[in-house]
Every structure is written in C-alpha cells, then in structure tokens.
Design a protein around this ligand. Sequence first.
Ligand code: 5IU
Length: 273
Amino acid sequence: APHPTTLLPYAERIKLHSNPTARRILEIMDRKKTNLAVSVDVTSAAEALEVVKRVGASVCMVKTHCDIFEDFSPAFTEELVRLSKELDFVIFEDRKFADIGNTVSLQYSSGVHKIASWSDLTNAHPVPGPGIIKGLATVGQPLGRGLLLLAEMSSAGSLAVGGYTEQTFDMARKAGRDFVIGFIAQNRVDKDASPEKGEDWLIMSPGVGLAAKGDSLGQQYRTPREVVIEAGADVIIVGRGIYGVQGGEQAVKDEAERYRVEGWKAYEERLAR
Ligand code: 5IU
C-alpha cells in the first residue's frame, strides 16, 4: 500500500507543519505547481545567478554548494535572496554538516559563508549523533530555518542504508519537527509516520535525470516518475540534467520547465491512485 503521506496534496500538508520553512516550501509547491529543485553546481557565482534567473519560475527550491564558487561574496547571497523573493523559491545550501554540535553551530553561523544568514534550508549527516541537530538548531531555529537529515544517498555503495537509515528517522522523531523538517533520501524513510496523527515529513531526492543513467563517479539517476510515484519522494532535485543541457540560455529554461511538468504529472498521478 502507498505511504499515506503520498496520497495527500501538498496544500493539505501545510497545516501539519510548525516550521516556517517547511510551510513555505509546501505553499510554493502548491502555488507554482512544482516539486522541482534545481541544484546549481557551477563554479562561478555570476553564472549561478544566470541559471537561477532562467529556472526560477519553474522551481520550488534552488540548491547550492557555496564552497564551489570561485567568486563567492556577500553580494552574491544578497542577490540570491532577492531572487528567491522575486521568483518565489526557497534557498537550500547543501552543506552536509557532519561534526559535533559546537563545531557545526560555528560552521553554520560564521566563517566566509555565514550560511544561516541567507539559506532557508540546510542538511546534516546524523553520524555524530543528536548533538549535531541541537548545535544547528541553536543558530537556525530562531531564524525560522529548516534542517534535513541525510538518511540515504544516491551514490553507489553508500553506507547510509538499512539500520542507519532507520536510526536516522528515529533521531529526527526524537528531535521533533520544530527544526528538522524531513530527509534527503531515495525512499519514503518515514515508514510509520501518520498524517492522521499530524506527523508529516518532507522527502527530497537527488539523483534524478531523464537522459543519463549515472556518471563515472558513482552517481545513479532515476526518472521523476520513479522518484515521485514509486519511491514516494516529495521533491526531485536535478543538477546537470538542467544546468548542463546543451543549447544556451533558452535550453536551460526549457529543460527546467520540462522537469517541472514531469514531476508535477507524476505527483498528480500518485494522488489519483
Ligand atoms: N546529492 C546527490 N546525491 C545525494 C546527496 C546529494 O547527488 O545522495 I545527499 C547532490 C550532489 C549534487 C546534486 O549537488 O545533489 C545532484 O547533481 P546531479 O543531478 O548533477 O547529479
């Protein structure tokens, strides 16, 4: 039987969340009819902003790796935040924090990147234990930010499987949903969560592509249909399949729209089961 959460429209899940970022994501998804997140993994911040302008209308979320940019600056994040308001999307810095609570609180708030000041959403490996959530929450929760735990990965040979994945869900449950709003995962890892009891988690899946099956470094791709209908994920995350498409500016815009339509069709089909 399908997971009960996957039978609920995004709009009906808003009221099941207290975290402002979780609510905003679901509101945007419903308003713009999109479950697409674009991962902008280019090495120039200027180029990243160009991609964001082209795909912004089609996405609920833009995902960054801020340590990839050669020309990272506060002006870049200011402009990204401005675009996130103008084009109506959430910013997700895919930082994958993985240290003790005290260290991650500093990595999140400080340094060159000051991630908490501009990123609505970030993520963390559960490997250090629940102190990592506490450390990040001290910084992010007062700002209304959200956190995803990495329960599974798309890459071949990942160690985040089985009992590790189950314990990740248990850790999130124990932490509560004021700050942790969901998971990066390949499946519906929130096994016995019941929306009828008011429990709702967002599942976001990278490793999505319509053309390639993978890359030479272990990445594995599934189609939007496989991810949204079969695996039951809520958000599809696409990188090279969109920003890497040949044919210039219009091609990137068109490809984002193509993935938005594919992802939304799959979502409508899953509701109709
Ligand atoms: N990403 C993955 N798989 C994962 C996790 C993160 O691909 O399990 I966690 C990131 C890496 C990259 C993006 O930033 O998602 C996927 O990019 P491509 O669509 O270009 O493969």
